[in-house]
Design a binder for this molecule. Structure first.
Ligand code: GAR
Length: 227
């Protein structure tokens, strides 16, 4: 990993991991481009060569790299190749943005305290897949998204921040997902800016913001744009 520390006044080198559409990647890249986020997006890397997020990266002139699962005999070797691809760009932080594979222990420890993830629920509720569908099936009134540091526990690492999103009458999985995505596109750049400015870190299994351990995630209200 880069020896670069998060310091005021410089751009933090990051690599984004994605498996699909890459709208979070695009939001991060846009914030970096307009100067509101002090990161340098060095590459987008995917397990899926056809991921639309890689096309978005190419269109922005950002290196787009596929590390296809099918090219490797097991998870360990795929994750080892993924780590080599990431480390080639020497990032200070790895940003998971819709990367849909579970990491091996070796991979997680290689990036310990240096990897963030965004998840479409108010964790610890609704870990795993199909969160929008499950919230609707439960007739939940609130949904949202969370950013957390990555540990071995699936969707279970130290929480940093959350944006609640209301479930509205008549919502479908698609309409709720779109509202959560809008919140994600504001939540993730906000949290990344804290990290890039040296305000956020993960230490001893806890997230720290402005030198204080976070007992509960920061709650960012009204990040869903038009509800
Ligand atoms: C986002 O909603 C993200 O929270 C979710 O995948 C979507 C990716 O969208 N991640 C997970 O479910 C990880 N457990 P995008 O490709 O448009 O950024």
């Amino acid at each position: 990993m880069s020896s670069s520390k998060a310091e005021p006044g410089r751009r933090l080198p990051i690599v984004v991991l994605l498996s699909g559409s890459g709208s979070n990647f695009a939001a991060i890249a846009a914030a970096a481009a307009d100067g509101s986020l002090a990161v340098e997006v060095r590459a987008a890397i995917s397990d899926r060569p056809a991921a639309f997020g890689l096309e978005r990266a190419r269109a922005l002139g950002i290196p787009a790299v596929a590390v296809p699962v099918a090219d490797f005999p097991d998870r360990e070797q795929h994750d080892a190749a993924l780590a080599r691809a990431i480390d080639h760009y020497d990032p200070a932080l790895v940003v998971c943005a819709g990367y849909m594979r579970i990491f091996t222990t070796a991979f997680v420890s290689h990036y310990a305290d240096r990897m963030l993830n965004i998840h479409p629920s108010l964790l610890p509720a609704y870990r795993g897949l199909h969160t929008h569908r499950r919230v609707l099936a439960d007739h939940g009134r609130w949904h949202g998204c969370s950013v957390h540091f990555v540990t071995e526990e699936l969707d279970g690492g130290p929480l940093v921040a959350q944006a609640p999103v209301p479930v509205l009458p008549g919502d479908s999985e698609a309409s709720l997902s779109a509202r959560v995505h809008r919140a994600e596109h504001r939540l993730y750049p906000t949290v990344l800016e804290w990290y890039a400015r040296g305000r956020l870190r993960c230490e001893h299994g806890r997230a720290w913001l402005d030198q204080q351990p976070l007992e509960t995630p920061v709650r960012l209200e009204d990040l869903d744009g038009e509800t």
